[in-house]
Design a protein around this ligand. Structure first.
Ligand SMILES: Nc1nc2c(ncn2[C@@H]2O[C@H](COP(=O)(O)OP(=O)(O)OP(=O)(O)O)[C@@H](O)[C@H]2O)c(=O)[nH]1
Ligand SMILES: [Mg+2]
Length: 196
């Protein structure tokens, strides 16, 4: 059964004017292309195929808005960054779309930053963390695909990232495959949405 029974897809936006009305509270899922953003949303909502999973990286090119509960609480699946195979025009378009989202979004109550545990934080990830600090948007990092590492190395990666962050963002292990870290992630999500 879905953890959020009222959760539903609202719309995709390719232009800022297509964004959902900027009221209520929403949490955006950001991260590198292929990091597991859409999978994390499906795991947290507990519904297969809710957010589209890419077979090839770079699939989510649009900003996808979802209602989480009926009372104006939303999830936002952002297109991933760092996908090498898109052309310059698409990169420019991505940058403009993401720029207008992050610069104008009043209802953004928090960010989930999805980082592949095997890659750890890259330049773009740090930019997101720093941006969150600057504007006072709380950032929670899911070290995704934690099933790809054994317990010991996964724990070591978590400690390493937490140390590097120095409190700039919270961080946890997460696996959409094994459903590990789901209740911890839901608790943070609910906290962000209530505080927003
Ligand atoms: N082993 C494992 N694979 C995962 C996990 N989460 C996602 N994947 C796989 O990683 C690939 C990318 O997952 P997505 O959820 O589509 O990633 P995304 O960040 O939304 O990708 P884009 O939308 O292209 O930016 C898919 O093949 C998933 O099946 C996980 O927890 N464990
Ligand atoms: Mg995606």
């Amino acid at each position: 059964m879905s953890h959020y029974p009222a959760a539903s897809f609202i719309k995709s936006a390719n232009l800022p004017k297509q964004f959902v009305a900027d009221s209520g509270a929403e949490v955006a899922f950001a991260g590198r292309s292929n990091a597991g953003k859409s999978s994390a949303i499906n795991t947290i909502v507990n519904r297969r195929g809710f957010a589209k999973i890419s077979k090839s990286p770079g699939r989510t090119q649009l900003i996808n808005f979802f209602t989480l509960r009926e009372d104006g609480q939303r999830l936002v699946d952002l297109p991933g960054y760092g996908y090498a195979k898109v052309n310059m025009a698409m990169k420019d378009h991505w940058q403009e779309l993401m720029g207008s989202y992050f610069n104008q979004r009043q209802s953004l109550a928090g960010m989930f930053l999805i980082v592949d545990i095997r890659r750890l934080l890259g330049d773009f990830d740090w930019q997101m963390v720093n941006w969150g600090q600057e504007v006072g948007c709380p950032v929670h990092i899911l070290l995704s695909k934690s099933d790809k590492l054994k317990r010991g190395p996964a724990k070591a990666a978590l400690l390493k990232v937490a140390k590097e962050l120095e409190g700039a963002a919270s961080v946890q292990l997460f696996s959409s495959l094994k459903k590990d870290g789901t209740s911890e992630a839901r608790a943070v999500l609910d906290k962000f949405l209530v505080c927003g």
